[in-house]
Each structure stands twice: as C-alpha cells, then as structure tokens.
Ligand binder design. Structure first.
Ligand code: C5P
Length: 404
C-alpha cells in the first residue's frame, strides 16, 4: 500500500467543498495511511463528524479541550505525531488565521506546532479567492514553507465560474502520495537553493545585472527533487521553464528580495545551496522616473553593498545543517585559494568552484566543469559535463561527504 505507515492529520474547515474531504479521507485510508481528522468548530455546520469518525476509525477532534470532560486535546503531541498536515478545504478565514499565527481552535494550534510538512488547499468563491488579502496570505504562507495546493477554475457553489474550486479528492491524494512516498534517498529532506542573477534597478527601466542563466541552480533543484527532497528554489529573473514536481519556485528580482525570501526558509532547511549570482552592490537610490541623459557630461552612480545571502546562511547555520556556496573565479592561478578563503570566510561546509573563461564552463553556458572544496581544504575535481550531470554529481558528492 502506497502510504502504509504514514500518519496524516486532515484538517477540514467550514467550506461547502468539505464534502470532498470525505472521499479524500477514504483514499488516504485505503492507501494505508493512518488519519486523524480535525474539524474546525464551524465546519461541523457543513458536514457531521460521524462520517469522518467512521471513515478514519477514530474520534474526530475539534476543540482545544473537551467541553464535557475538560480533557485537553494535546495539539503539540498531534503536531509531532503527523508526517503530514493537510487542510482541505481551507477557508479564507483559516488561511488568514494561519498567516497571522492565530490560535483560536485546535486546528490553528496544531498548525502552529506542526513540525511536519503542511499542505493547504484553499477553496472559496472566485471574488474572495482573488482578493488581495487572500492572495497576500497565500503568498506569505508559501514563503514560510507551507505547500499550497492551488484551487481550480470551474463552476462554484455560488453559481459563478472562476478560480476557487477545491481540486477533486483524487487530485488531492496524488499531491500527498507523491510527497509521502518512501522511495528516494533524500525523502524527508528540505533543500533550499538560490539561482539566477539579481537585477538591481536604477530607474524603472534600467538595472545592473549579470549573465547568469540560472541553469546550474535549476538543474540542482531538479536533481534534489528527483531524489525525493522537498526543494525551495529562490530564483532571480531567468528565462527557464518552471521546474517540475517537488520544487517550490519563489521568484524574486533583487538581492534584497532574495535575502528576504531565503531567511525564513533557511531555518528549516537541511541543506542550503547558494548558486545564485547575486549582485554585490545596488544603486543607492532607485529613481522613480527614467534618468535623463546629461548633455556632454559624465554621470556618477553611487552604489551600496547588498546583503551577502550565503554569508548570512553561514552565520545563522542551524545544528546539522549543511551550507554550500559557489565561487566563480576568473583568475585561474588563484581560483582555488579564493574558493578556500570563501569557504572559511562565509562559514560554508563546501564551495563549488567554477572557472569563468574556460571553454564550456561558468555562467551562461549549457555545460560546466566544477571542483569542490570542503572541510580541511579537501578538493574533488569533476570533468566537463552538462549542468544536469554536474548537478547529479554534486548531489552524490554532498550526500556522501557531508550528510545532512
Ligand atoms: O563572494 P562571492 O560573491 O564570490 O561569493 C559567491 C557565493 O556567495 C555564491 O554562492 C553566491 O550565491 C553567494 N552570494 C550571496 N549573496 C551575495 C553575494 C554572493 O549569496 N550578495
């Protein structure tokens, strides 16, 4: 059975689509999962606990404590018990509570104490779904690592047609089953990757940037996801197709935005790989209007330093976490010494060296030839390969030498 031994907490909130969660529960238990159901108090107006109790084979929880016996429903224990928390359907109200960290019922308390991955399937009417507040809450949750199962377009209970439908139970099940399947040597590992260039705007149309294509970071994201890891890819502006299943893409433009996106995710990552070509400086001021040419005169551009995201990750390393940087060096004679210095200065566990200027290697190419330096200045050199092959080699190397 596909989900044998997996423990799933199913949260159901007060949406008309709550009827679909019964069929979803059935699919989970039929696949061998052990499921505990939490209904929000108002969900009970839509669907009764008896059906959930019968299908899950256990009591249905709803309140922080039992009104009759006074018994405390241990939200912390529930949060620790589960391999996954799925909230389907999730109303605008519960989304907002999750985003704000409110703790007014058992489901909200469990959300705050869950250590397992969390999936939220928003379901509501079209106009509610597209409201900026709802979209903001979804984005906020996504940035903090909650998985959003996007709602679908179609006929809604209100009679309107639009975005906001809860996906069918089979589709919800497919998302969860893919994530909880046990194969893959990196199943259960969370990997955070930065990729691409950053663009630092001087005015509404001009920016400072670089020629990074993002291919190396994207190839790494795909390789780690293929091996079962859950990957967050924080990407600068690139011209690449969105990565496939298992990769959560967060698109940013500037170094400051990349840093903001990385900070909350870094805390929970087992491995961080900073493959982005981040601009070291940005214009001190971003002019609101297009800068005019001054006839015959020269122009000065004042720059200020950007945050060093890799150095920040190194300085805030969590116990057992592995932090990997990239070094792009143009001075062949001193490339290795520079990479070793970077390893120490940025408190990394490994630095991947690209030699820009070598045929087929470095940024903007389809292939790459890298070397890796790690603790005690050990070196491993790889041949010229496609970026996908380099990614696979790096994954195997990291997994063997720096277990995370
Ligand atoms: O110091 P240097 O820019 O050469 O270091 C390169 C490494 O540091 C890469 O891993 C790059 O992603 C990371 N970096 C960063 N933030 C910066 C500059 C570099 O994460 N502002």
């Amino acid at each position: 059975m596909e989900l044998a031994g997996k423990k799933v907490l199913l949260g159901v909130t007060a949406g008309i689509a709550a009827y679909k969660s019964l069929a979803f529960l059935r699919l989970l238990t039929a696949a061998g999962a052990e499921v505990k159901v939490i209904l929000t108090p108002s969900a009970k107006a839509f669907i009764g606990p008896a059906s959930f109790a019968a299908l899950s084979g256990g009591p249905v929880l709803s309140d922080l404590y039992d009104a009759h016996t006074g018994a405390w429903h241990e939200h912390v224990a529930l949060g620790l018990w589960a391999d996954a928390l799925v909230v389907a359907p999730c109303t605008a109200n519960t989304l907002s509570a999750f985003a704000q960290g409110r703790c007014e019922n058992l489901l909200q308390a469990v959300f705050l104490s869950a250590r397992c991955p969390v999936w939220v399937a928003p379901a509501m009417d079209h106009d509610m779904h597209r409201h900026p507040s709802v979209q903001y809450n979804l984005e906020l949750l996504k940035q903090r690592g909650t998985h959003i199962i996007p709602s679908e377009h179609g006929p809604l209970a209100s009679g309107l047609v639009g975005e906001g439908r809860l996906p069918e139970p089979e589709a919800l099940f497919a998302v969860l089953a893919a994530a909880l399947r046990t194969e893959g040597s990196l199943r259960g590992k969370r990997v955070l990757i930065t990729a691409g260039p950053t663009h630092e705007y001087l005015d509404p149309v001009r920016y400072l940037g670089n020629a990074s294509s993002g291919r190396m970071g994207y190839a790494l994201a795909e390789a780690f996801a293929r091996e079962g890891a859950e990957v967050w890819l924080v990407s600068g502006p690139v011209d690449l197709p969105a990565p496939g299943h298992g990769v959560h893409l967060l698109s940013v433009v500037s170094a400051v935005q990349m840093h903001e996106a990385v900070m909350p995710l870094a805390q929970n990552a087992h491995l961080i790989v900073c493959a982005a070509a981040v601009a070291d400086y940005r214009p001190e001021v971003q002019q609101p209007e297009k800068i005019k040419k001054t006839e015959g005169g020269s122009s000065d551009l004042r720059l200020v330093p950007n945050p060093d995201i890799l150095a920040w990750c190194g300085a805030h390393k969590q116990p057992g976490q592995v932090v990997v940087g990239f070094a792009l060096e143009t001075d062949a004679a001193r490339a290795q010494a520079h990479a070793e210095a970077k390893l120490a200065r940025k408190h990394c566990d490994a630095v991947v060296l690209n030699r820009q200027g070598e045929p087929g290697a470095g940024i903007g190419t389809l292939t790459n030839r890298v070397s890796v330096v790690w603790k005690h200045n050990n070196w491993r050199h790889f041949p010229l390969l496609s970026k996908a092959q380099v990614a696979q080699h790096l994954l195997e190397f990291l997994h063997a030498e720096l277990p995370f």
